[in-house]
Ligand binder design. Structure first.
Ligand code: PEP
Length: 255
């Protein structure tokens, strides 16, 4: 059985290395003595903190990137390639986060080239997809998920599928404190699996993890992760509080 996956997206936090040091102290305290047999835990801090993270040599927490640039190397001021993330210790990278789509104009074509760069570099990808509130209201969830998956995965062969995790993150639930019901999440999971099975094969899809993301807290982890049998969660705000983050990981691990 493939392990579940809990990912913390720290976004543009914390502000200083001192604060990040305190964060790591708390994370170490929360994970010490706990045994996550069924769950991998990944934290995605800003890349400037990678070295500081790795110096802690945490045995239960892996390092992830929040984003990558699709080119390998060169005159791309301000960007960091997937290969650089990998050679600096990352094992995973998020791609297609709704904030990248909203604030940086990322569309499926961009997400597709980023995803290819992530896989080529040897990183594991966490591909975020999800409908807006408007799209849900007008019953477009299934068609939006289909379009996002087909375009983002275009040209990516079946041999790479085991390195891809799909995070279902309805945009209306990210950063809002609104969460879908277990049934709504289960329905989205079934839709995603069906689309992936059409693109690849049912057997390949069995190896792909489907996470839920959007306002996950320990108080609703049962409803959004355990009841719809998700393979884990992508967590924003609550990952900034190691006590809550690890509590969610423990609930998912035991679920
Ligand atoms: C996210 O940013 O991916 C996310 C799920 O954020 P939050 O948990 O804060 O809704």
């Amino acid at each position: 059985m493939r392990k579940k996956l809990i990912v913390g997206n720290l976004k543009m936090n914390p502000l200083t290395p001192t604060e990040f040091g305190r964060y790591l102290d708390m994370l170490e305290r929360e994970t010490n003595g706990k045994n996550f047999e069924k769950t991998e835990i990944v934290v995605c801090p800003p890349a400037v903190y990678f070295r500081q993270f790795l110096e802690r040599k945490m045995k239960d927490v892996k390092l992830g990137a929040q984003d990558v640039y699709w080119e390998y190397q060169g005159a791309y001021t301000g960007e960091i390639s997937a290969g650089m993330m990998k050679s600096n210790g990352a094992e995973y990278s998020i791609v297609g986060h709704s904030e990248r789509r909203k604030y940086f104009g990322e569309n499926e074509e961009i997400i597709n080239v980023k995803l290819k760069a992530i896989l080529k570099s040897g990183l594991n990808a966490i591909l975020c997809i999800g409908e807006s509130g408007e799209e849900r209201k007008s019953n477009e969830t299934a068609s939006v998920l289909k379009k996002q998956l087909e375009k983002s995965l275009a040209g990516i062969g079946i041999g790479k599928t085991e390195y891809i995790t799909v995070a279902y993150e309805p945009i209306w639930a990210v950063g809002t404190d609104k969460v879908p019901s277990s049934d709504e999440i289960l329905e989205a999971k079934i839709i995603i699996k069906k689309i992936l099975a059409e693109l690849y094969s049912r057997k390949a899809v069995e190896k792909m993890r489907i996470l839920y993301g959007g306002s996950v807290k320990s108080s609703c982890a049962g409803q959004v992760c355990v009841d719809p049998a998700m393979d884990g969660a992508l967590i924003g705000r609550e990952s900034l509080t190691p006590y809550e983050f690890i509590k969610i990981a423990s609930l998912v691990d035991g679920g």
